[in-house]
Design a protein around this ligand. Sequence first.
Ligand code: PGA
Length: 249
Amino acid sequence: MARKFFVGGNFKMNGTAQSITDIIANLNTATLDPTTETVIAPPALYLLLARSLADPKIALASQNVFDKPNGAFTGELSVDQLKDAKIEWTLVGHSERRVILKENDEFVARKTKAALDGGIGAILCIGESLEEREGGKTLDVVTRQLNAVAEQLSPAEWAKVVIAYEPIWAIGTGKVATTEQAQEVHATIRKWLGEKVSAAAAENTRIIYGGSVTEKNCRELAKQPDVDGFLVGGASLKPAFVEIINARL
Ligand code: PGA
């Protein structure tokens, strides 16, 4: 089974009702590669608006979710609420949440498990800092982040996980990983899936790249055998996002 190319747009804490309406209008009228699974993640406040506006071929993702069911958790969103709003995916473990909001590996793993238990797909973000890369620790870091999740999931549950490898030094910096750097880590993640999860998970799990992806660098990255798509921040707010969704055309 070929892995379906997956492109996510992470709007982060950007946009207004008007600008998100405009972005979606552009996506709705563009010709999008039908073999790409396209998902957008606007801020939580605009998820319902985005779901009502977006063509059904475009899925919605939350940028975050809580690991507990509905209850006294001020400011959080539950998996049930996302499901109720027809939001099919959630990001988990984005580096901005790991670093700024101090989310640790175990918390990210619990959120991933909660999302899957509730029927929401998880876009699991992992990646190393510049210091860790320069210290030769990249593979240790991504493996540690993945091991925490593997402790919570059964092998079959990985079918609803997309792994987003996002080196922190490449996020929002304009400094994209080279195709070789991306492919090397993606191949290692796939090997890890084969050893720690299952042969099926290694074969079928989408491993996408994030960090300064643009319409200019996406084509070369998309040619790498273990790059199954992208998680796009800044460029997802621009019309050129369409070119990234269509990177393989
Ligand atoms: P960027 O962000 O494309 O703006 O570098 C990617 C991300 O954080 O998902």
